[in-house]
Design a protein around this ligand. Sequence first.
Ligand code: NAP
Length: 520
Amino acid sequence: MKTLESYLCGRFVAGAGPGEVIVNPATEEPLARVSADSLDRGAALRFAREQGGPALRALSFAQRGALLKAACDAIVAHRNELLDLAVANGGNTRGDAKFDIDGATFTLTAYAELGAALGDVKVLADGDSIALARSPRFAGQHLRVPRHGVAVHVNAFNFPAWGLAEKAACALLAGMPVVSKPASSSALVAHRIVEILVEKAGLPAGALQLLCGGAGDLLEHLGPQDVVAFTGSAETGMKIRRMDAVIRHSVRVNVEADSLNAAVLGPDVEPGSDSWDLFVKDVLRDMTQKAGQKCTAIRRVLVPLPLVDRVREELCDRLAGIVIGDPARDGVRMGPVATAQQHKDVREGIDALTRDGRLVYGVADLKPVGVPAGKGYFVGPVLIELEHGAEGRTVHSREVFGPCSTLVPYAGTAAEASELVARGQGGLVTSVYSDDTAFVHEAVLGLAPYHGRLFLGSAKIAEQSPGPGTVLPLLVHGGPGRAGGGEELGGARGLEFYTQRVALEGSRPVLDRIASRSGA
Ligand code: NAP
């Protein structure tokens, strides 16, 4: 069986011991082994700081952007192979796999273009110069410079390609080298991407390393110029924040964690209208795409009381048409969840949610298409309904990371919708579907403090919208509270995490020169 090697200190290297077996979650067929036992993670971080960092900082933004473009082109050239791997290792349908792989190249392209636009400079001026005295000669200027450490990226299992690329794009463009750690269970795609990049992208030595297998003591080697960007469960996020090295060296940590994303249907939306159809399409997509294993997926569906029957009927009808099975087979619309552990967690989560409300859709005797009997980590789509949103407890506190959503009836005011959504204690995205500007305005003001992004669905954007579940590179991704309190992407905003802001005071011509033309 294939062993996934890590790419550390300029070479591919296997960990000791038998490690963990990675399987196809639809068939449970073993695909590869992964182990990071005995690998010298401290040496990898030193290699990044000593070789990758200086090499990247010697380049301008335009040159770093060109590296991202080369990385993107290399991945695109291997797109079909990567889609096949994502189907086999991630339980992804081909559409799910495209969402991950094409999302990765789309994000790399956006940051390659940003690099080209920032041009032939190595540091970023942060705002205009500021007069500090009566004479215009004495001035202040904020500057952003790349940190002299390593960016450690720890990713979740659900987006092995996009997760690697979106974090690496920001760090590399900012001038920081990366050590990326994919989730072990779905590491095949990230591993193959790094093999492709090593062969074809021409990245400087130490700019991008990959640790396949457990994190081990990786984060114990962090120093004061390093940063950690983590995506995964709130529990692991908390462990990372509490680590000695992180506290001792004030290591910057960005956490993208759980989120009880909501969709709010406005009381003005008529069944069958464009806004209604958009709402139904988005809820269905989020329940079934990647078997609901998207951090941005809609978990709570807020519906005005008079519209609940129609929404339930339409969702249940359409869920009944979803073909579940081996995602490698044509016609299958939803594959399994990613691991045996996920299967257990999702089923337990569904049980907990049904103690709050009643099950209105679920497949009792699931027979996934094209799968040997008793094999695979399949969970059919599940829709639960509360009597009234205010009565729910678990729905506002437990993220069930699978194909499961809950209908949360509400009285139809923006104030009540905002109050119910806020019970989730901070989320990545909430969507509001309405053509009533006053309702949308009030809802935005109520929801905004609790979110990183709000998606405003209406008839006017229905045809162009990718839905709230798609994270776009030019908009920020992250959220307060339960969602981890982090922020990634957002175009040039995404570079901030990897740079140090420094305030300069001095003579204006010197500051102007440093801010606009000089290298760091
Ligand atoms: P997880 O169990 O926390 O694992 C996430 C990553 O952390 C994996 O790479 C894992 O490695 C690693 N890890 C585990 N323990 C660690 C430790 N002590 N030190 C350092 N790294 C450690 O989460 P998951 O099950 O993969 O992901 C599901 C969760 O991620 C969901 O709750 C979901 O909401 C969240 N998520 C959030 C976003 C977002 O953008 N906000 C996106 C996707 C997913 P191993 O695999 O080797 O154990």
